[in-house]
Design a protein around this ligand. Structure first.
Ligand code: PNS
Length: 163
């Protein structure tokens, strides 16, 4: 069985992430979305909520499982018996960081392969960071995130945001 892990912070999940998840289900028998418990980075959404939101968003995708992880990604890969990491690449600027991570993961666990996937063109500029910033300042992000994320962002960020 070919399985893959799609790791990230998902703070919060965007339509760009969901696009990559959908595309990866076409390539792999099972896709595990691995949500990093990065409390050190002071995420807007606690990991439990990020996992809950993601599970809701992938309800129609039976081959997708959502889990949280902490520590090294390669240790998580081993725990779920996977060696393939999926990462989305939007622009050339993503490449340098992604290359470093892919090579470091291969250094740590030599069987690890990283597959880079390109999202639909309409999401190539979308990031969790920008979505939060625009929402906080009252901009319309309704086409960039799933409805549940929009709802939760408005709850968290208060009046600056609008639906
Ligand atoms: O969505 P992000 O924040 O770009 O995801 C980054 C992530 C979670 C893939 C990366 O930070 C990660 O794998 N963290 C786990 C710790 C680890 O294994 N670090 C060494 C990898 S180079």
């Amino acid at each position: 069985m070919r399985n893959a892990v799609y790791p990230g912070s998902f703070d919060p999940v965007t339509n760009g992430h969901l696009d990559i998840i959908r595309r990866s289900t076409e390539l792999f028998d099972a896709v595990i979305v691995a949500v990093l418990e990065n409390e050190g980075k002071a995420p807007l959404f606690p990991v439990v909520e990020r996992v809950e939101i993601l599970r809701e968003c992938v309800r129609d995708l039976p081959t997708v499982e959502v889990r949280s992880f902490s520590g090294l990604l390669v240790n998580f890969l081993e725990s779920v018996d996977a060696r393939v990491v999926v990462r989305g690449i939007r622009a050339v600027s993503d490449y340098e960081y992604e290359l470093q991570m892919a090579l470091m993961n291969r250094e740590l666990a030599p069987g690890t392969e990283t597959i880079f996937m390109i999202p639909a063109v309409e999401y190539t500029y979308v990031s969790s960071r920008l979505v939060k910033e625009v929402c906080r300042l009252g901009g319309d992000i309704s086409r960039l995130v799933p409805p549940l994320v929009l709802e939760r962002l408005v709850e968290k960020l208060g009046n600056g945001a609008r639906i």
